[in-house]
Each structure stands twice: as C-alpha cells, then as structure tokens.
Design a protein around this ligand. Structure first.
Ligand code: 173
Length: 323
C-alpha cells in the first residue's frame, strides 16, 4: 500500500496526539486516614504509598492528606461517600453513620485471601457500592483480635460497674457484659483514661503504645474476640472514573498490600511482650469460660447485625464464618 506524504504526516500527528493523551492519563488520588498518623496502620501504609507513587508515574499517584486532624475520625466515611476525598484508610465502626453494615466486617473468621476467593469481597462491594457510594478496596490488617483493657480487675467476664470506652465494634458485646459504655474516637482515649472518665477501653491486641495508653492501663483481658478490620475504601464515582490501566495498576498494588498481612502475626507476639514489659497484666479465664466468652461475642455481634439488616447479615454470615 502506497501512502502519500500528506497521509503519512496525518498518521504521525494522530499517533503523537494519542501518546500525549496517554501521558496525560496520570491521576492523583487524595487519601486520608481515620487512624492517627503516627499509629501502626499509617506507618504500614506510608511505604506502600511511596511504592505506588514510584512505580505509578504516568498512571496513578496517591497524595496522603493526613489523619484525624485533616478529617475527624467519624466523618471520614461521609467524606469518601460524598467525594470530599477519593480514598481513606478506615474501619467500618467509624462509618456506621454511612451504613450500619460497615461494622459487620469485624465478624469475619476467614482470611482476607479467602474472602477474595469465596465471594465475600464481591458481596461486600455490592453493599458498599449501593449503600455507601464506595468501593471496598483492600483489607490491610488481619489477625488482630480486639481485647478489653481495664484498670479494674475482674475474675469473670463481667464488666458491671465499669465505664468502658467503645466504638460500635464493642457496643453490644460490652453491654451484654454489663458495662457502661462511652463512645469516643481513638484520639480521645488517653484523656478519658487520665481524667477517670473511663476505667478501660476496647482496642486490638496491637497498637496501644502508639498513643501512650500503656501509661494508663493495668490489665488486658484474654482472650481476644473478632478481627480488627482496617481497610482502604474509595469514592465510587472516583473509582469508576479510573481508566482500565489505572484500575489494573491500583488492583495490583492493593493485592501486594494484602500479601504483606502475615506481618500481623509477629506483631501480635511483639506487642504482647511489650505490654508484659510495660507492666500490663493479662487476666485469663479457664478454657470453658474463654470459649463461652468468645462464642458470646460472635453470638451478640451477629444477633445485632441480623436485627439491623437481616438479609445482608445472612449473606455475610455464610461467607464470613469458618466452615
Ligand atoms: O477505635 C476502635 O477501638 C476501633 O473500632 C478499631 C477498629 C479497628 C482497628 C482498631 C480500632
């Protein structure tokens, strides 16, 4: 086929325009954290953001805006829903004001990898898309059960007479244990302990040193219960606006982030030893009482979920529970 100089020039121009368009296809996503900037979760996220940005030149960049000083913890969910920010690191308990189902994710008893395999992620995303205007991107914390930390010793699973700081994660379970509960974001726990507004608090096995709570903590109650869910979420229109290469690149990096979740197993051992060294005493129950304690946590948690949203709770329970 013979083509004229004019035609050749036209083709070259078209090609140049196309490659310019491709080069212009870099997008920058604004990310906030509902957790403290100096805490373990953001500490683990920062190197990931750096890697995303280093390898994503011309495709996708992430701009970390900040922690709860930028957007208060309990407002982060709405900021994602409305597109004030593109992406956030948060936990469902912090955005039950967007949808009560957000807090159901603490009830998973199968690995994050299994949740991707068995359709749990798809089921979560159906709800997150429809009710939250969000895409649920990746769960970056795993095997971090919650515990009761308190300054008042107990010898059985009963919190009668105790004021305990909570989020929605713990509300129904701690109330079933007769506690008086007070909801606060993590940023207010230290002051609440210092002023004696609370006797204790709920928190995962790791991270209590990040905000110096060990200074105000005498006991940790074992065993733990549920699994702390800390995830990246994204505004749905912003997610849908990504080009296919951008979305593929993001997905690759999200899976790489989850592939690092084995970190949390050693972190647990280190944190338990560190608590021990800081003088925090473990309160332990006998085997039967421990089992009844954990069973009650799940029973109360699912009962509450079923009451709030029966269909979604049933769908999630089948996918979240150990077979
Ligand atoms: O603030 C909390 O205690 C809470 O709900 C939570 C959830 C996941 C990880 C850490 C804390």
């Amino acid at each position: 086929m013979k083509i004229s100089i004019l035609e050749r020039t036209a083709i070259m121009l078209a090609a140049a325009t196309l490659s310019c368009a491709a080069a212009a296809q870099e997008t920058t996503l604004r990310l906030v954290s509902a957790f403290a900037e100096n805490g373990i979760y953001v500490q683990r996220l920062q190197p990931w953001i750096q890697k995303v940005n280093a390898e994503g030149k011309g495709v996708l960049q992430i701009n970390f805006i900040g922690g709860p000083k930028a957007i208060p913890t309990f407002e982060v969910g709405n900021a994602v829903k409305t597109g004030v920010v593109d992406m956030a690191l948060s936990t469902g308990a912090f955005y039950t004001n967007v949808m009560p189902e957000a807090d159901f994710l603490k009830l998973t008893q199968v690995s994050v990898a299994e949740q991707r395999r068995n359709g749990a992620f798809d089921a979560i995303n159906k709800v997150w898309n429809e009710k939250g205007n969000m895409q649920y991107l990746a769960r970056m914390v795993e095997n971090q059960p919650f515990h009761i930390y308190t300054n008042k010793k107990i010898d059985k699973p009963d919190l009668a007479g105790q004021k305990i700081r909570i989020t929605p994660v713990y509300r129904d379970f701690f109330q079933a244990l007769n506690a008086n509960v007070i909801t606060t974001p993590p940023g207010e726990v230290y002051t609440a302990l210092e002023r004696g507004v609370v006797d204790g608090y709920g928190w995962p096995i790791g991270g209590i040193f990040d905000l110096n709570w060990q200074e105000k903590t005498k006991y940790r109650v074992d065993p733990g219960f549920y699994d702390a869910e800390v995830s990246l979420i994204m505004n749905l229109p912003a997610y849908r606006k990504l080009t296919q290469p951008q979305r593929d690149y993001l997905q690759k990096q999200l899976l790489a982030l989850e592939a690092q979740n084995t970190f949390w197993n050693k972190y647990t051992l280190d944190e338990v030893a560190r608590q021990d060294k800081a003088g925090i005493q473990a309160i332990k129950f006998d085997a039967a009482t421990s089992k009844a304690f954990v069973d009650k946590a799940y029973q109360v948690g699912w009962a509450s979920a079923e009451k709030q949203s029966p269909d979604i709770a049933a769908r999630f329970k089948a996918l979240f529970s150990r077979k």
